[in-house]
Write a protein that binds this ligand. Structure first.
Ligand code: UD1
Ligand code: CA
Length: 453
């Protein structure tokens, strides 16, 4: 089976500089979703027909398994498929998909391909209460498909037909080549209609069969931001339902966004308004509080991420407490039972088992040992404006509040650093290190008094 994806349409109604098929659903270009469906079918060849502004599309999504055919100008869907013919193989079947119909599902496409079976023309059709705008499926008295008529060319009677063409079809390549060579553009739109091949197939005695999708939303196209937003919600609802079926607790399935791949262990609980991006793995019993954003992260069993935390490119062990209001940036690796409290930022750092930074801290480019306590207001000064340096804090260290660790610097095992210290040299193990102006009091001090007016 070979696949042709029509993606040359401009999408003016998007009012965007981004070509229509690059507009995202769940953070991924619509065309990317269609490509995933095509690849899931193990298509022997995938040809994308692109057009106006399409170089961006090609640059963005090009891959070894894709062929690209330029359609310029765009003279209709039949003309579009013609551009792909040089890439198709006689003896194979070709499936036509649309780059702006992003939610088409693999099981539906498999059924369509099976119905076509190498010699038939198979159409994916749906029955709509309001068929406005679609091509209508016309059938003879025996119920066999005779042709498709576009809305603009249809008679009043034909417009009453509720069975419509989704545009997705499968046909033998050799026949497709022949039919496309025979279609004209003598119609209301002056376009070369792909749908005209149906009448030709019937005349040639080729059997035309129809298949219905598992769900109508699979066949919905996107021409506007409204429709894009509608399909985004459909897609997110589907993901949420799958997570529920897998046993994940979602406090509100309507308020979760997954833009990538979220895998969850048993008894995971996700509160409202969380966003998951890229690859995210949540271990058994993980709880994610409301309004968190988790991006490319692996979170170990029993860990709890409290509300309003942003966790990015982070690996966390088990039973950690992250947030509320924590931010972990790329390169964060947390051991087990690590605690990061409110307004704590961690970047490119390892923090080992049982260590804590519970309030207002910046830990960047650091290696923190086990059972370390990092006091409130502590920061690693990892950047001198040009270079970045590492801070090493060994096991069982206690860092007093408001400490600045000027990297490169090392705090030895079991050391205590006094509150307010600006550490510019290594702190020896087991000792108290403190850098602080001596405290003194002036006994004769009198508060200034307000002058009489
Ligand atoms: C087409 C079908 C119609 C069907 C409808 C479903 C034809 C003649 N009509 O309608 O029966 O009900 O889809 O949505 O096929 N495209 C190109 N190059 C072109 C023209 C279109 O690549 O020259 C692409 C578009 O980007 C889009 C797809 O083909 O992805 C369908 O085009 P569109 O104009 O939306 O479909 P219609 O012609 O209205
Ligand atoms: Ca059109």
């Amino acid at each position: 089976m070979e696949v042709v994806i029509l993606a040359a349409g401009q999408g003016k109604r998007m009012r965007s500089v981004l070509p229509k098929v690059l507009q995202p659903i769940a953070g991924k270009p619509m065309l990317g979703h269609v490509l995933s469906a095509a690849r899931a079918l193990d298509a022997g060849r995938i040809c994308v027909v692109y057009g106006h502004g399409g170089e961006v599309v090609r640059e963005r999504l090009d891959a070894d398994d894709l062929a690209w055919a330029r359609q310029e100008p765009q003279l209709g869907t039949g003309h579009a498929v013609q551009q792909a013919l040089p890439h198709l193989t006689d003896g194979e079947s070709a499936m036509v998909l649309y780059g702006d119909v992003p939610l088409i599902g693999e099981p539906t496409l498999r059924r369509l391909a099976e119905a076509a079976g190498g010699s038939r023309l198979a159409l994916l059709t749906i029955a709509l209460d309001d068929p406005t705008g679609y091509g209508r499926i016309l059938r003879d008295d025996a119920g066999r498909v005779s042709r498709i008529v576009e809305e603009k060319d249809a008679s009043a009677d034909e417009r009453e037909v509720r069975e419509v063409n989704t545009g997705i079809l499968v046909a033998p390549v050799a026949a497709l080549r022949d039919w496309l060579g025979r279609i004209g553009n003598d119609n209301a739109q002056g376009e070369y209609y792909l749908t005209d091949i149906i009448g030709l197939a019937v005349a040639d005695g080729v059997e035309v069969v129809t298949v219905q999708p598992d769900a109508v939303w699979e066949t919905l196209g996107v021409n506007s931001k409204r429709q894009l937003a509608e399909l985004e919600r459909v897609h997110q609802r589907n993901i949420a339902e799958r997570l529920l079926d897998e046993g994940v607790t979602l406090i509100d399935p309507a308020r979760i966004d997954v833009r990538g791949e979220l895998t969850c262990g048993r008894d995971v609980e996700i509160d409202a308004n969380c966003v998951f991006e890229g690859r995210v793995e949540l271990g058994d019993g993980v709880r994610i509080g409301a309004n968190c954003v988790i991006r490319n992260a692996r979170i170990g069993a029993g860990t709890r991420v409290s509300p309003f935390s942003l966790v990015e490119q982070t690996t966390a062990g088990g039973d950690c407490l992250i947030g509320p209001y924590a931010r972990t940036r790329p390169g964060t690796v947390l051991g087990n039972r690590v605690q990061l409290g409110n307004f704590v930022e961690v970047k490119n750092s390892n923090i080992a088992d049982g260590s804590k930074a519970n309030h207002l801290a910046y830990v960047g480019d650091a290696d923190v040992g086990e059972r370390v306590n990092i006091g409130a207001g502590t920061i690693t000064c990892n950047y001198d404006g040009v270079n970045k340096y590492r801070t090493v804090i060994e096991d069982d260290v206690f860092i007093g509040s408001d400490t600045q660790l000027v990297a490169p610097v090392r705090v030895g095992r079991g050391a205590t650093v006094g509150a307010g210290t600006t550490l510019t040299k290594d702190a020896p193990a087991e000792q108290l290190t403190v850098s602080r102006a001596k405290q003194f009091s002036i006994s004769s001090w009198k508060k200034p008094e307000k002058l009489p007016r």
